[in-house]
Design a binder for this molecule. Structure first.
Ligand SMILES: Cc1cc2nc3c(=O)[nH]c(=O)nc-3n(C[C@H](O)[C@H](O)[C@H](O)COP(=O)(O)OP(=O)(O)OC[C@H]3O[C@@H](n4cnc5c(N)ncnc54)[C@H](O)[C@@H]3O)c2cc1C
Length: 439
C-alpha cells in the first residue's frame, strides 16, 4: 500500500492533540490527526482553570467555551463531618495576571468544539480511526498504521509524530516507558447527578472539594442542573467494596453530612464509572522525530483540575519542538526538547507537591484556616489558577508556603505520620481494575 504523507501526525483528538494540531496548522504545517472515537463522546475532566482562557483566546474559541460552560470563580474546600463550613479560594485574589474565572464544561461538548476548530484551522482530522502500529524509518520519519471503523487499514508516513493518546499512553505503554507513581496510588469513582444543591449566588459554578477519611470528593456544577460528582479513594477503602459501583459511590457520598444535605432529592443520570492506578509518568518525553504530550506522557491526581490545562499548555509549547525538528539542525532540536522537558516538569512538580500533601492534616488545616502571611495564600490561589510556569512572585510565595508547611509538620509530626500510614500504597495490586468493575 502506498502510504499517505504528512509533515506532522497526531495520535488522539483530545485537548492536547487538537490544540497541537490547530496551532501547528496555523504555522503552515501539513497536519494529520487520527482519533479512535467519534465526537461527541464522554470524557472525565470537566473543571478548567483560569490559565486555560488565554489559550482559548489564541485558538479563537473563548466565546464558544463561554456558551457551553458554567462560570467558575473559585474552589471551595470542606473537611467532611467537621462543622460543614467551607473556605472559598477566589481566583480574583491571585497574584499576577491570571484571569479571575474559569469554566466547568461537559467534555463531550468541549472536546467536540476543539476538534471542529482544529479541522477548520486546516488539520486533516479523522474520527473513528485507531492507530495500531508505529515504526521508525531509517529516514527519521515514522510509519503509522491505523484502522478505521470499517476495518480498513490506512498507512501514513510522517516527518514528525506527536503522541496525544491520553491515558491510553500509546507509545509509553508499547515501549515499556510507563511508570506508575508509587507515591500516589488511588482510584476514582464518579457519576453525573441531577438536582444537587449548588452554592449560592455567584458561587454556584464553583468546584467543591471535600476531604474525608478515605480520600477526597469533587462536585463540579455543569449546565442543565447536572452535577459531576466523584470520589478519589485510598486502596484499602476501594478494596472494602462489596456492593455494585453505583451503590458504593452513593454510600461513600452519604457518609458526609453536608454532601448528603446537598444531594437530598437528587438522582443519578449516568451509571457510576471508575478508574484505578492512575498516577504515572513516562521515562521518555521525546526522541528523534517524536514528542509525547498531555496524559500520553504523564498523569497526576486531578484534585486541582490541572489535567486539561497541562495538556493544552504542553501542546502549545510542543509546536516549537516539532518546528525545530522540521526546520532546524539536530542540535537546535535537542535544545528545544530540553527546554520543553524542563518546563513540563516544572508544571507537574508544582502541582504534585501540593497533591502529595493534600490529604495530610497540616495541609487540611492550612487550606481551612488560610492566613495570608507574606501573601502566601495569594501564591496558592495562583497555583489553583494554573499560574505555575513563569511568574516569579508566585514561585517565591509557593516556596514560602512550603517552608511554613514543613515547620507546621515538625510541630505536628504524630498526626502527619498517622495520615501517611493510611495513604501509603501497600500493594499496587489493590488498585487493579478488577477491584473497580461495575459489577
Ligand atoms: C477521575 C478524573 C478526574 C479528572 N478531573 C479533571 C478536571 O476536573 N479538570 C481537568 O483539567 N482535568 C481533569 N482530569 C484530567 C483530564 O481528564 C486529562 O488530563 C485530559 O483529558 C488530558 O487531555 P489529553 O488530550 O492529553 O488526553 P485525552 O483527553 O484523554 O485525549 C486523548 C484522545 O486520544 C484518543 N486515542 C487514544 N488512543 C488512540 C489511538 N490508538 N488512536 C487514535 N486515538 C487514540 C482518545 O480516544 C482520546 O480522545 C481528570 C482525570 C480523571 C481520571
Amino acid at each position: 500500500m502506498t502510504p499517505n504523507t504528512t509533515d506532522v501526525l497526531v495520535i488522539g483528538g483530545g485537548p492536547a492533540g487538537t490544540t497541537f494540531g490547530h496551532l501547528a496548522a496555523q504555522r503552515g504545517w501539513q497536519v494529520t490527526l487520527l482519533e479512535k472515537d467519534k465526537h461527541p463522546r464522554f470524557h472525565i475532566g470537566e473543571s478548567l482553570l483560569p490559565m486555560n482562557l488565554p489559550i482559548f483566546e489564541r485558538l479563537g474559541i473563548l466565546d464558544e467555551v463561554k456558551d457551553i460552560g458554567v462560570p467558575k470563580l473559585g474552589a471551595d474546600f470542606t473537611i467532611a463531618n467537621s462543622n460543614g463550613r467551607h473556605e472559598t479560594f477566589y481566583f480574583s485574589k491571585a497574584l499576577g495576571e491570571s484571569p479571575d474565572h474559569a469554566f466547568e464544561v461537559r467534555r463531550s461538548e468541549f472536546d467536540q468544539l476543539l476538534f471542529e476548530h482544529c479541522k477548520a484551522a486546516g488539520v486533516n482530522a479523522s474520527e473513528g480511526t485507531k492507530v495500531t502500529h508505529v515504526e521508525r524509518l531509517e529516514s527519521g520519519s515514522h510509519r503509522v498504521t491505523a484502522v478505521d471503523t470499517d476495518g480498513e487499514e490506512v498507512i501514513w508516513e510522517t516527518r514528525f509524530l506527536v503522541d496525544a493518546s491520553g491515558r491510553d499512553t500509546f507509545m509509553s505503554s508499547r515501549n515499556g516507558w510507563k511508570k506508575r507513581n508509587p507515591k500516589h496510588a488511588s482510584a476514582a469513582v464518579f457519576a453525573h447527578y441531577r438536582g444537587v444543591k449548588r452554592r449560592a449566588g455567584e458561587n454556584q459554578g464553583n468546584i467543591s472539594l471535600y476531604w474525608f477519611d478515605h480520600g477526597w470528593i469533587w462536585m463540579i456544577p455543569l449546565r442543565d442542573d447536572i452535577m459531576s460528582i466523584g470520589a478519589v479513594c485510598y486502596p484499602d477503602y476501594i478494596k472494602s467494596r462489596r456492593e455494585p459501583l453505583d451503590e458504593f459511590l452513593l454510600n461513600t457520598l452519604h457518609r458526609i453530612i453536608s454532601i448528603r444535605g446537598r444531594m437530598r432529592g437528587a438522582e443519578a443520570v449516568t451509571p457510576a464509572q471508575a478508574t484505578g492506578n492512575y498516577s504515572y509518568l513516562s521515562d521518555r518525553m521525546f526522541g528523534p522525530g517524536f514528542l509525547m504530550i498531555g496524559d500520553a506522557f504523564a498523569f497526576i491526581d486531578p484534585v486541582f483540575s490541572s489535567g486539561v490545562y497541562l495538556a493544552m499548555n504542553g501542546a502549545e509549547r510542543g509546536v516549537d519542538v516539532a518546528e525545530a525538528w522540521l526546520t532546524a539542525s539536530e542540535g537546535a532540536y535537542r535544545k528545544a526538547c530540553r527546554k520543553y522537558e524542563r518546563e513540563t516538569h516544572k508544571g507537574l512538580a508544582t502541582f504534585s507537591w501540593f497533591i502529595y500533601r493534600f490529604t495530610s492534616p497540616v495541609m487540611r488545616y492550612m487550606f481551612r484556616k488560610p492566613r495570608n502571611t507574606f501573601r502566601v495564600v495569594q501564591g496558592v490561589v495562583s497555583m489553583l489558577a494554573g499560574d505555575v510556569y513563569s511568574n516569579r512572585a508566585v514561585r517565591r510565595r509557593l516556596l514560602l508556603f512550603k517552608t511554613l508547611y514543613s515547620v507546621a509538620c515538625m510541630f505536628n509530626w504524630r498526626s502527619v505520620r498517622a495520615a501517611w500510614k493510611v495513604r501509603r500504597p501497600k500493594n499496587q495490586a489493590e488498585l487493579q481494575e478488577g477491584a473497580l468493575s461495575s459489577e
